[in-house]
Design a protein around this ligand. Structure first.
Ligand code: UGA
Length: 470
């Protein structure tokens, strides 16, 4: 068994950076490449450009083989046995994945292969991308015996990405060539044998020496489909429970009870059955559109995914309708908002349902005061402060003098707010919770009119009498 391998990770975005740091954490020599000089300089100083638990500590942790952050792709590739491509795959104009960054990087890697390397696709890509990368390398004159291409996708969630990597459910190696598969197997040995979890400095998480991640070996194409299908399935679960929430709204049933009942079946499971304002973030919307697009190109009509997307869009529209009907009219209203990130634990606002909703409220004449524990700086770039947008230092300041308070991200600290203080801060005690963070009965006891998703409206008796069902 070999110990440390030399690995280059190209792209220091969300996936690339977490993967590079975690490879170093399990003992490898890592070169992390990015074109962005300012980002590389910050990383060399141990500054994390993203909000992610454990990442700052791991970045600054002293190691026998410190990570080399560099803009020099050529020399980093020359020195590595495994080269991971972790550059972005944005959405193109037809909804498919734009692989131009991958194409450019593959072209650069081709100039730097003078001994055998496994070139590994790490991001979510359409099926057959590994075949296409092989063709790019061959077309640039790289001899077939000097490389193999493999797929080794990640299943990292923002906010818990480091733990998701180091305590993964599975390590997925998609490689036909045994030499490539063996290098990838060696890389993950500290995790798959459980030896990492014996270390006193190991990042804590659900895995242990007795229950290490499963190692799955498939073809590269199967690995590519597994990754896209996993995201599509998770999004389907969310849209499913959101459709059930609609039914619950129409019948006065509590969707949380229904989700518990469904999720108690171990074949279904409780995870990803949280009704809300629809999924957001940089992955699901993009990946589902790309999955549908690649299926279409292959002559497969994946109508189910269209339905998942439609339910997600309708869920956001329904929430806005709920706000409108709770307030009677929107123009001139002052609305407090808790949560800007697309979910808790991150400062990422890409495809955030909260940001989209705030824009719609502003378009309808509302002024918004928002608070988020991590995402306010980033939000200022897309929702600049002005007469209709302000940022509050804490949740109570966001609620101050508001006609209603909306809860749009599921930060756990929101659920711990002091309700009497919140009640005294709002102009009207209306809370409209897009994440079902509070207990409706407790909210009513504290005097709030409380609307949530797929649960009956709760309010003190006299207020309830004046409300129509949203
Ligand atoms: C998702 C997947 O969960 C990861 O496995 C995958 O690696 C990643 O995409 C990726 O491909 O990069 P992420 O987007 O970070 O991870 O976040 P999730 O925790 O999956 O949440 C996505 C969205 O769904 C959020 O807006 C969240 O609030 C929402 N959600 C999630 C719900 O509305 N209900 C749920 O029950 C769960």
């Amino acid at each position: 068994m070999r110990g440390s391998l030399s690995i280059t990770v190209i792209g220091s975005g969300y996936v690339g950076l977490v993967v590079a740091v975690c490879f170093a954490e399990i003992g490898h020599q890592v070169f992390c490449v990015d074109k962005d000089e300012a980002r590389i300089l910050a990383l060399r100083r141990g500054i994390s450009p993203i909000h992610e638990e454990f990442l700052p500590e791991l970045l600054r942790k002293p190691r026998p083989n410190p990570i080399e952050f560099t803009t020099d792709l050529h020399s980093a590739t020359l020195r590595a046995e495994a080269v991971f491509i972790a550059v972005g795959t944005p959405r193109n104009c037809t909804g498919g994945a734009d692989l131009s960054f991958v194409d450019a990087v593959a072209g650069e890697i081709a100039r730097s292969i003078d001994s055998y390397k496994v070139v590994v696709e790490k991001r979510t890509v359409p099926v057959c991308t590994s075949d296409w990368i092989r063709q790019v390398l061959e077309s640039k004159g790289v001899a077939g015996n000097l490389f193999d291409v493999a797929s080794n996708p990640e299943f990292l969630r923002e906010g818990s990405a480091v733990v998701d990597f180091l305590h993964a459910d599975r390590v997925l190696i998609g490689a036909e060539a045994s030499r490539a598969a063996e290098i990838l197997r060696q890389i993950y040995i500290p995790l798959t044998t459980g030896s990492y979890y014996r270390r006193p400095d190991a990042v804590p998480g659900p895995r242990s020496e007795a229950s290490p991640p499963a190692l799955l070996h498939t073809s590269a194409r199967a690995a590519e489909i597994i990754k896209q299908a996993s995201n599509a399935f998770l999004a389907t679960k969310i849209s499913f429970i959101n459709a059930i929430a609609h039914l619950c709204d129409a019948t006065g049933v509590d969707v949380e009870q229904v989700a518990c009942g469904i999720g108690a079946d171990h074949r279904i499971g409780r995870d990803f059955l949280h009704a809300g304002i629809g999924y957001g973030g940089p992955c699901f919307a993009k990946d589902i559109a790309a999955f549908r697009s690649v299926a279409e190109q292959l002559g497969v009509d994946f109508g189910l995914l269209r339905e998942v997307e439609e339910i997600n869009a309708a869920q956001k529209a329904r929430f806005l309708h709920k706000v409108r009907s709770a307030l009677g009219t929107l123009p001139g209203r002052h609305i407090g908002v808790l949560g800007l990130a697309y979910k808790a634990g991150t400062d990422d606002i890409r495809e955030s349902p909260a940001v989209a909703l705030i824009r719609q409220l502003q378009d309808e004449g509302c002024a918004v005061a928002a608070h988020d524990p991590a995402a306010m700086e980033r939000s200022k770039e897309v929702l600049p402060p002005g007469p209709r947008m302000s940022y509050a230092g804490d949740p109570y300041a966001a609620a101050h003098d508001a006609d209603a308070l909306l809860v749009l991200s599921d930060w756990p600290e929101f659920a711990e707010l002091e309700l009497p203080r919140l009640y005294g801060t709002l102009r009207r005690p209306i809370v409209i919770d897009g994440r079902n963070l509070f207990d409706p009965a407790v909210m009513a006891e504290h005097g709030f009119t409380y609307l949530s998703v797929g649960r009956p409206t709760a309010a003190p008796r006299e207020a309830l009498a004046g409300l129509s069902r949203p």
